[in-house]
Design a protein around this ligand. Structure first.
Ligand code: B16
Ligand code: MG
Length: 219
């Protein structure tokens, strides 16, 4: 009996490390605004939407900005980010990821992307991964940021599956909270010292995932 019929993957931190490009662009913006933005600060931006990131930056910099100014600055950051990711290629796919998704598809499992990024389409196209997903739910389809479950519930709907038959792969705490809020199983991608509320935890897709596959899918 198969328990899980759909896998929903986060993008940044699960399929590819775009966090480094987000960091460069937010750091460039903060430098222009006259304050420092550290890698530790960048951790707070993982998995959350662009405008939530902007609010966090405003807090870190102690800024007082109008809504229009925040949107203007977030657009500026995004134009730099898009410039940085334009050179990405297949070599930046995190090790084992393509092979894992190919393997579960061959086992009859449906696949969806569940990302907060409005740039997910460009990134997947650059990585030549678009064809591996049955559905793509990204920041252009959602109105609520993780930890709201919207992105994953839309993913399950697009796959025509109930939430309890889906498992989410996520690297951010906001994303894991979103998966739990959606009533889905979740696999944390990262360290058990940092991530909480996971059903399973993996370091990445280059490790031996047979136990997890057996537990979730092949029973
Ligand atoms: P964009 P994910 C998220 O991607 C990133 O983790 C987060 O840092 C970023 O702010 C968000 O996408 C929005 O990205 O500015 O490209 O729309 O982890 O949900 O795949
Ligand atoms: Mg992520």
């Amino acid at each position: 009996m198969n328990i899980i019929k759909g896998c929903i993957f986060d993008l940044d931190g699960v399929i590819v490390d775009t966090a480094k490009y987000h960091y460069l662009a937010w750091k460039r913006l903060s430098a222009e605004l006259g304050f420092d933005f550290t890698e530790k600060d960048n951790e707070r931006l993982k998995g959350v939407s662009r405008m939530v990131c902007m609010e966090i930056l405003v807090e870190i910099g102690g800024l007082s900005l109008s809504e229009d100014e925040k949107h203007f600055l977030a657009d500026k950051k995004n134009s730099w980010y898009v410039e940085y990711i334009s050179g990405m290629g297949e070599e930046e796919i995190l090790p084992g990821t393509r092979e894992f998704i190919t393997r579960i598809k061959a086992a009859g499992i449906k696949t969806a992307l569940g990302s907060a990024s409005k740039n997910a389409g460009i990134i997947l196209a650059n990585l030549r991964l678009l064809e591996l997903f049955d559905a793509i739910i990204d920041g252009t389809c959602t109105t609520k940021a993780k930890p709201d479950p919207e992105v994953f519930l839309l993913g399950a709907k697009a796959l025509n599956l109930p939430a309890h038959q889906c498992v989410v792969f996520e690297d951010s705490q906001a994303g894991l909270d979103a998966a739990n809020n959606a009533g889905m199983l979740c696999v944390g991608v990262g360290s058990a010292d940092i991530l909480t509320g996971t059903d399973f935890i993996i370091r990445g897709f280059d490790s031996n995932l047979d136990d997890i596959l057996n537990a979730l899918i092949v029973q």
